[in-house]
Design a protein. Structure first.
Lengths: 256, 299
């Protein structure tokens, strides 16, 4: 256990001593919170009926869809940079047990992403509600607190999922090239074809959309799911577990 | 002590390391010699369990690398390829490495001092010269004060002063009873640094011997004679049972005798001679000849 804590501590040192970590976090915060304020102010000029229609709490999750890109990039970079710089060889020579290495790295990513997610999810929520004034939702309203927490979980899990994917692919560019289109594929219209939707609703971003919504009847702003937020969480958890397991198996088998 | 037992590594159909067995003993510098592409780096990566052997195994003080707890306290390694994040400050690189194996943080300052990088510890590594990066790699290898050191081409990028510094340090470390295993493709460098040699070519073991014996066995000397009458001279020498070959530069090479004896014979038979000189094939030539053969045998 102390051995694992030592590696965990080292991974935290690694994360905090490169600038890309801090840049990713700053960009996540600026994009999410900046968009939240803009969106809130824009919509507060429209009719009260429209705001109520959109769902004042659901609106505050929109900015996070863009903000998550920087968190996904952080997850990718934490592993990708090991390979582009060759640090992976020093890392594995110091921690030959691949499972310990990957677990420590994933746990540090989880911690960093969780803190960032709580800041941007709650920040975005409060910014939009502030702009909406008396039309705004409150955390005490039914389903709202669950949806905001769902947003925190979603963002955190996407960062770790991205890390698992990068571990499998060993390349920053390739990982981002696959992950970023994946995040927007559905919102770009795939989901409007019913036959495709029945499959694509299980993709990580769709499950995420299901986690961060107030109503639990399956509808949300960008589409519809056949399952509620609880199942959505399990679907995303399966994606994260699969990505990490795949990364671990390949890390064990491959030459560094 | 490092024990390499019947180690092999194949990449597809290419054999990088072929049934290699040798032992690296403590208390002396062992040079690991071979031309580029001979399999030195692959062997060293397998010693650190970075690459998986296709067959065979490596034991470090009797144990496989993967089973070592806090391996940096057992083995310090400098790998040939760069393994540092350029955006990280030198001392931070050493700090995370130290933390993985619970080496006290104070050790970071000590090893920076040891390799002469104390002044640039707070600088980002991307601004480092090749020589400074090598020194940082050596600092990393020394972090855990390990009894076994593996250095892959540590001389690369070092300036002459750095080379002398490294040579002295490696000898000191061996004198302290540590196992020091250093790879190089330069015979001349190994002749100055190492006491023992492990020579490989095309992944196969060619020699496992002391430097002294390697030199004695492989650096042949001969007497070079330039003459306008090569045919007559060959007859004279052949009559005495002396072996003659072409020296490769238009003169004759006479083996197994000293220049005085050749001079006396030449005078006695009245052969015209323009030059008689003692020559010795350099160690580098011996090395090239040996590994060159290995290339041919491998085909």
């Amino acid at each position: 256990m102390t051995a694992f804590l030592a590696v965990l501590r080292a991974e935290w040192t690694k994360a905090r001593t490169v600038r890309s970590t801090w840049w990713s976090l700053v960009i996540t915060a600026v994009v999410s919170l900046g968009l939240a304020v803009l969106l809130g102010v824009q919509l507060s000029a429209s009719s009260s009926a429209m705001r109520t229609d959109l769902g004042p709490a659901d609106v505050s999750f929109y900015p996070l869809i863009l903000g998550q890109i920087a968190l996904v990039a952080l997850g990718v970079l934490m592993v990708g940079a090991e390979y582009t710089t060759g640090t992976i060889r020093a890392s594995l020579a110091a921690t030959p047990r691949r499972g310990v290495f990957l677990a420590a790295k994933a746990l540090v990513a989880t911690g960093i992403a969780a803190v960032a997610s709580i800041v941007v999810a709650f920040g975005s929520f409060f910014a939009v509600q502030w702009a909406f004034g008396e039309d705004g939702a409150s955390l005490g309203d039914p389903g709202v607190a669950r949806a905001v927490l769902g947003a925190c979980l979603y963002l955190t899990m996407m960062c770790v999922f991205a890390m698992g994917v990068a571990t499998m692919l060993r390349s920053t560019a390739l990982s981002l090239g696959i992950l970023i289109p994946l995040l927007f594929l559905n919102s770009q219209g795939l989901a409007s074809v019913p036959a495709v939707r029945s499959v694509t609703q299980y993709l990580p971003d769709q499950a995420g959309a299901g986690m961060m919504r107030v109503a639990d009847d399956g509808t949300f702003l960008l589409g519809r799911l056949d399952f509620g937020p609880g199942v959505a969480f399990l679907v995303l958890l399966a994606w994260v577990a699969a990505a990490l397991a795949g990364g671990y198996l390949l890390l064990r088998r491959r030459d560094a | 002590m490092i024990e390499v037992e019947r180690l092999s590594k194949q990449y597809g159909r290419t054999v990088a390391v072929d049934d290699l067995s040798f032992t690296v003993k403590p208390g002396r510098v062992t040079g690991f010699l071979g031309p580029n592409g001979a399999g030195k780096s692959t062997t060293m990566r397998m010693m650190l369990d970075l690459d998986r052997p296709s067959a065979g195994r490596v034991l470090i003080d009797g144990r496989p690398y993967r089973t070592l707890t806090e391996p940096l306290r057992h083995v310090g390694a400098l790998l040939e390829s760069r393994s540092v994040h350029g955006g990280r400050r030198a001392r931070h690189h050493l700090l995370w490495l130290a933390q993985t194996n619970r080496v006290p943080a104070a050790r970071v300052g000590e090893v920076l001092e040891l390799v002469g990088l104390a002044d640039v510890g707070r600088k980002r590594v991307k601004g480092f010269s090749l020589g400074m990066t090598q020194r940082l790699g050596i600092a990393a290898a020394m972090l855990g004060d390990p009894p076994v050191l593996l250095l892959d081409e540590p001389v690369n990028g070092l300036d002459p002063e750095g080379i002398v510094w490294l040579r002295t340090m490696l000898k000191d470390l061996a004198a302290q009873g540590r196992t020091v295993f250093v790879s190089s493709h330069l015979m001349s460098e190994m002749a100055l640094t190492a006491e023992h040699l492990v020579v490989i070519g095309r992944g196969r073991l060619l020699a496992d011997t002391t430097v002294e014996r390697f030199i004695a066995e492989n650096s042949q000397s001969y007497v070079r004679i330039a003459t306008p009458e090569p045919a007559r001279l060959r007859e004279v020498l052949a009559a005495e049972g002396i072996q003659v070959t072409d020296s490769g530069d238009g003169a004759l090479a006479v083996h197994g005798v000293d220049p005085a004896r050749v001079g006396e014979l030449v005078a006695a038979h009245g052969v015209v001679v323009h030059e008689i000189a003692q020559r010795s094939a350099s160690l580098e030539e011996a090395f090239v000849r040996m590994t060159g053969d290995a290339v041919e045998f491998g085909r």
